[in-house]
Design a protein around this ligand. Structure first.
Ligand code: NAP
Ligand code: ZN
Ligand code: ZN
Length: 354
């Protein structure tokens, strides 16, 4: 066992604080990663506060991990000590179901092992995430970080990046398509970058008028403030594709009305349930879809796409002990556009046994 320092929530209404736990000894196919940076995803907040139900505590969040390989199991062939690698939203899956065989491990029919707040494939052992100094992951669930990418700017690609890249690719957005991104946060700002790189005409739909200049800098062609109800009538039937990244409950129907005939709105934001008006789908043969992160091979493809197009996340690097404040600022939509924890600051936060 490898004693590991991290940061954990001990209950849904507790602030995160120092927590020590054990990582497993390396199995034949395991990789030990010394974590350099870990992004702060809104899913970390939803789960640490048990907003989706079923959370297990203590919880060490974090699934946007970049680090350096510090050890390998006896049969590891893909990685060498010193490689810069990434770990995303899941660390294992059954490997035999139809989804796994199709390289869509995120939809594993027997259940993938989430990086944290999950279970290993034995169904019993809890998983602990990237708000920690190192992590042990099977080599097949580790990503290669292309050379010359900055580790802090790359960490958010492991969740925010792949979660937006995957539906944009899957639903076939092409150059010239009129695409909209709802919510300019961690996921939303990555979506703008990808859509711009693919040559789509990109509009940001945001409640925050103060983000307009940022949207243009990120690659958006237009910016619509949605707190003005008139925006929904003046932009009716405008878009071929809408990616909804909003983290809080909102009315899907008004956004659906912005789709033109045969348009698709893909949900990646995961708030609670919201009523759906069938009329909004029927009116223009619209489609409403959802999408969960992306498979391992698609995540590697996304990282290579980012390297080829010079894409990284816009990040604000914080110390570990600032994470509670970062949660609060994220909830206020006050993040430009992803907090990333510098894991070398973990020691400054003190330690506690767990
Ligand atoms: P984030 O950085 O907090 O961004 C969310 C954005 O949504 C905010 O910046 C804000 O943008 C907008 N927003 C917030 N509250 C709103 C409201 N009441 N009405 C309208 N807009 C609102 O969060 P994130 O990390 O990007 O994550 C977004 C969501 O995706 C979360 O629910 C997260 O759990 C989910 N997620 C899903 C997957 C998946 O696999 N499907 C993966 C990762 C995350 P404006 O200021 O521009 O309005
Ligand atoms: Zn995430
Ligand atoms: Zn499977």
């Amino acid at each position: 066992m490898l004693r590991t320092r991290g940061y954990a929530a001990t209950g849904p209404s507790e602030r995160l604080g120092p927590y020590e736990f054990d990582r497993r000894d390396l199995r034949a196919h395991d990789t030990l990663v010394d974590i350099q940076y870990c992004g702060v995803c809104h899913s970390d907040i939803h789960q640490a506060r048990d907003e989706w139900g079923g959370s297990t505590f203590p919880m060490v969040p974090g699934h946007e991990v970049v680090g350096i390989v510090a050890g390998v199991g006896a049969e590891v062939s893909r990685w060498n000590v010193g490689d810069t690698v990434g770990v995303g939203v899941f660390v294992d899956s059954c490997r035999v179901c139809e989804a796994c065989r199709a390289g869509e491990e995120q939809y594993c029919e027997r259940g993938m092992s989430q990086t944290y707040n999950g279970r290993e494939q034995d169904g019993v052992t809890p998983t602990y995430g990237g708000y920690s100094e190192h992590i042990v992951v099977d080599e097949a669930y580790v990503l290669r970080i292309p050379e010359r990418m900055s580790p802090a700017g790359t960490a958010p690609l492991l969740c925010a990046g792949i979660t937006t890249y995957s539906p944009i690719r899957h639903f076939g957005v092409r150059a010239g398509d009129r695409a909209a991104v709802v919510g300019l946060g961690g996921l939303g700002h990555m979506a703008v970058k990808f859509l711009d790189a693919l040559g789509a005409e990109v509009t940001v739909l945001s409640r925050s008028a103060g983000k307009e200049d940022d949207a243009a800098r990120l690659g958006a062609d237009d910016f619509v403030v949605t707190s003005d109800e008139a925006a929904f009538t003046s932009n009716a039937k405008r878009f071929d594709f809408i990616l909804d990244t909003v983290s809080a409950g909102h009315d899907y129907n008004s956004y659906l009305s912005l789709l033109r005939r045969d348009g698709t709105m893909a949900l990646v934001g995961l708030p609670g349930p919201s009523p759906l008006d069938a009329g909004q789908l029927i009116d223009a043969r619209r489609r409403l879809a959802g999408s969960s992160v992306g498979g391992i091979s698609e995540t590697q493809e996304m990282l290579d796409f980012c390297a080829a197009h010079g894409i990284e996340a816009d990040v604000e690097v914080i110390a570990m002990k600032q994470v509670n404040e970062a949660f609060e600022r994220t909830l206020r939509s006050d993040v430009r556009y992803r907090f990333v924890i510098d894991m070398t600051t973990l020691g400054d936060a003190g330690t506690a046994a767990g």
